[in-house]
Design a protein around this ligand. Structure first.
Ligand SMILES: [Fe+2]
Ligand SMILES: [Fe+2]
Length: 211
């Protein structure tokens, strides 16, 4: 593969080298299972980006690095958030499952020099979601839920929806997350509820426009 790179245009070569750089870095920093998950998310994100017209290069990179925050412990994430003066809400600070996303995005910029605002935003929102998600945000959120390594009841239905209806699949994914959070007695982030409501409102608007 390395020998073949010299025959590619400089721009493509540079992208491939950067992708390899971040992939190898994640392989080094993340436990094996989480690294495999990151590769799965990157692959699912590229495929969703191709299907729904997003930038596949950004989708790949965002997928590979989306769990960078998991390189750090809960207390490290909290102190990094404090050091960086990140304005995080109380629920995010109390719930490590959520905290790795916004702190991870800040650390990607600070420690790995990733400056692309679209990638950083998609990483920051990949756990809670948001009522105003753009295409790449939705793709990373969904790819995290449906990558090939994910096994949970209902995942095939979400994968099936993701083949034709991005918003429908994101809605099914956030509803599944909300159920799981309630079942486990964990804190539910209001942004997840807002995401669900905004998608339902949009769905209702689309239906009435068709009548
Ligand atoms: Fe994550
Ligand atoms: Fe993840």
């Amino acid at each position: 593969m390395k020998g073949e790179l010299i025959y590619l245009p400089a721009e493509v070569r540079c992208d491939l080298l950067m992708d390899n750089y971040y992939r190898e870095l994640m392989q080094e920093k993340l436990p094996a299972g989480l690294y495999r998950h990151s590769l799965g998310v990157a692959e699912a994100a590229v495929s969703l980006a191709g299907r729904f017209g997003a930038d596949q290069k950004k989708a790949y990179l965002a997928g590979i690095v989306h769990d960078f925050g998991k390189c750090y412990s809960k207390s490290e994430l909290r102190s990094k958030a404090e050091e960086l003066d990140l304005q995080l809400d109380r629920i995010t600070l109390l719930e490590p499952r959520l905290l790795h996303a916004p702190v991870g995005a800040a650390l990607l910029q600070l420690e790995l020099g990733i400056e692309d605002g679209d990638i950083l935003r998609a990483v920051a929102l990949h756990t809670t979601g948001h009522s105003d998600m753009n295409l790449l945000d939705k793709i990373i959120y969904l790819a995290d839920c449906i990558e090939d390594g994910r096994r949970y009841p209902g995942v095939d239905r979400i994968r099936d929806l993701a083949r034709r209806d991005l918003d429908g699949a994101v809605l099914a994914a956030v509803e599944r997350t909300i159920y799981a959070v309630l079942r486990r007695g964990m804190l539910l982030h209001p942004q997840s509820v807002s995401l669900r409501n905004s998608l339902l409102e949009k769905q209702a608007g689309d239906q009435s426009a068709r009548l």
